[in-house]
Design a protein around this ligand. Sequence first.
Ligand code: ATP
Ligand code: MG
Length: 426
Amino acid sequence: MSQKNFQSPRGTHDILPEQIAEWRFIENSFRDLCARYSYGEIRTPIFENTELFARAAGEASDIVVTKQMYSFVALDEQSYTLRPEGTAAVVRAFLEGHLNERGPVTKLGYLGPMFRYEATQAGRQRQFHQCGIELLGAAEPESDAEVLAFAADFLKALGIEAKLLLNTLGTPQSRAGYLEELKIYLGARRETLSDDSQRRLETNPLRVFDSKDERDRAAIADAPRLLDYLRANDEESTAHFAQLCRYLDDLGIAYEIDPMLVRGLDYYTRTAFEFVSDKLGAQSTVLAGGRYDKLVEELGGPSIPGIGWAAGIERLILVRAASQAPIPTAPRPTAFLVTMGDAARAAGVGILNRLRAAGISADCDFVGRSVKAQMREANRQQARFALLLGDNELSEGVIAVKDLTTSEQEKLPLETAIAKLLTQQE
Ligand code: ATP
Ligand code: MG
């Protein structure tokens, strides 16, 4: 009988110990900025009622149209979905927890895995990780400027250079007339569109702008622009956008207005933005978001505006690697205990325990190998010090402390050795 070798499901990855330092660096940078900008961390369930995501994403979104949702019917015969994005769940929790009753503005940050059934490629997984923020309760352009400043600071902290693309999508009312125009324009080119976009034509033709299909990109190249339409027909959105641009200028945040930019989810109003890197090939967006003034209402709450963004952590890692940003390494042990003989080996159990109780990272060989093999292991783990313990040291009540960088060695009582190592902890 052949043995089955299990592999992680397609589109998922293990994060191995040697990669963790990089992940923690990104997560810690994000959490530090959440504190600096006063965003409280929120953790929502990994799965929610399917209806929540379907409603939030909108029927014309990629997530729904191309069936990206991991949905399942559980024993209670309810349909649940592994979260494909963070915003819908955060808004659900915001409403359920009555966070809006605590003050006019609520600022939340989250991070964790998201799930989308996608065609996998570099930078596009089925389980991926996002960190993101939401600012709920403010419709003013100052709040747009704040979330963009947070995003720019975050990328800077990670050593990532990315270009900010910015657009305004108006409001559902103000873009209605444009959508009619666009429908006619695209309708005349229907045959040249991808199947998905032919469907989008009926539900939300704006979504064709977000298609990655070459046929759609060609069809849309000379289409009328929403931005031009809004300039002529939506004074408020235009003024909001102009004010945001002024704030960004004041803050020294460079941006490029991209009238072709729309977002993958239907709930965006007014400001939409993406930070793109030229280091990523096709999957160039590292961080994306926008304003969603209708979403809270759409999910059954009062009329509360919001704006937010999410960054894909795997893509941040890819860009950092491609930009030769210094990648943090896993911490190495301060001490590696090397024992000679049965008595020392037995005494080692208690010594390791005392080292760790004192706060020193320490390890040992568990398989009774030769001193030479134990020293090799100490070096492989890049320990700072080897602690050598044999019958002589045991009878003298000391331990030999060998600095593995300088090879200097001295015998010290354990307490003195601990005090010395504590000053050397990384
Ligand atoms: P894309 O246009 O690349 O499909 P999207 O518009 O679907 O992205 P959002 O839903 O706005 O993306 O998610 C925000 C960010 O999350 C993206 O900019 C990207 O960095 C990351 N992201 C989205 N989907 C994936 C995925 N399947 N794998 C890895 N990262 C992803
Ligand atoms: Mg997508």
